[in-house]
Design a protein around this ligand. Sequence first.
Ligand code: HEC
Length: 393
Amino acid sequence: MWGKHSWAILFAFALAPLGIGQTAKDLKLETGEEIFQATCAGCHGPDGKGQAQHILGFEPPATFPDFTDCSGSSRESDQQWSAVIHRGGTARAFSTIMPSFGPKENPALTDEEIQRVIKYVRTFCDEEKQKWPSGDFNVPRPMYTEKAFPEDEQVFMNQVNLSGGAGYTANYILEKRFGAITNMEFRFRGNFLKQPTPGQPQGLWQGAMGDTTVEYKRSILVNNRTKSLIGWGSEILVPTGNHNVGGTGAWELEQFLTYTQILPKRFYFLQQVGAEGPFKRHDDPIQAYARTTFGRTFLADRGFGRAISFASEFITTRNFASRQNWTLSIVPQAQITVSQRQHMRLGIGYNIPVIKGPPNPGIIINPVNSQQFSFYWLWDHFDGGFFEGWKSR
Ligand code: HEC
């Protein structure tokens, strides 16, 4: 029922109480609140919950936001919102009913005014406001460093060994968020290794299910003002894998702390420190690790288009056993968003061991210090279905 330009009619409708044709410029709207009440409330409601449907005059899409719902509004980054307000719903493959307020030719609102109105829209989620980490913390997923942000996503991660014996690991990772600060991660693996066997000294490919991990993570320090987030996590490894094909063969426990810091100019910094090892006394030693990621995101199309991020990850480990040393790997990597909604992302990375240590078969991440090529497909399933949001309508 709504054609491509219906938004224009609706925009006029939204401004009707002010006299059609007037824009923020004419009205001398100052604060974010004034701008919102004059230009947005017609559709989004004076309280941000969405205007009552009989006043609205259009059928709201299922994704029509209720800005007072922290679970929906806190996780969207300022940049996502800025793109939608500047360019309209089409900027993120949302409904075209959401008008654009900042087209280059004839902007209804200036960049500055859009920043102010975003700040105001953020105030609608006031339910324990400080508790909900800002969506800005949801930085591009590094290959190994765990983000502090409680994610809702599914990742298909692949690791290919390029030295030290052929091998391939496929990982399916489900991240599920619960409330403001908690999430659980379930990770299933499939291992494929080429190993010498008695009759086949050249090696034979073998495949088997790998170990399964279940992780609980929660934010323990949220500061949306300084853009700092600290999380604590605990993970249990269930030895569902075949010990001859990459399985650790023992129940293991991992504990870690992780810190995400958003820096100016879309730089970001992540630091994770932790240790993992078998529950019971075992031949495989406990391993401590530190993973550091430093990266930067670039945005195409004046900041409203695709996001491309480049990062370097530094991983150091040490096994707690005699005659061990600290190891160091460097993992240059990149991530790119592939859907208009920005909810589908591709990541690639290359793990280069710089200082090698003795192998630790109890560790599932690169136990033998091989060069590894990693790539993943990430789906942020809260932002849209698998087949949704690919192209603007
Ligand atoms: C003509 C009605 C209308 C007006 C006026 C309007 N919006 Fe919207 N807005 C919508 C609709 C409809 C959607 C939902 C689009 C969808 O989910 O497909 C939306 C979505 C949004 C979103 C996206 C939320 C998300 O899920 O990421 C933001 C942010 C937003 N609007 C902010 C504003 C602001 C700020 C203003 C005023 C400057 C405004 N809107 C004016 C109709 C409107």
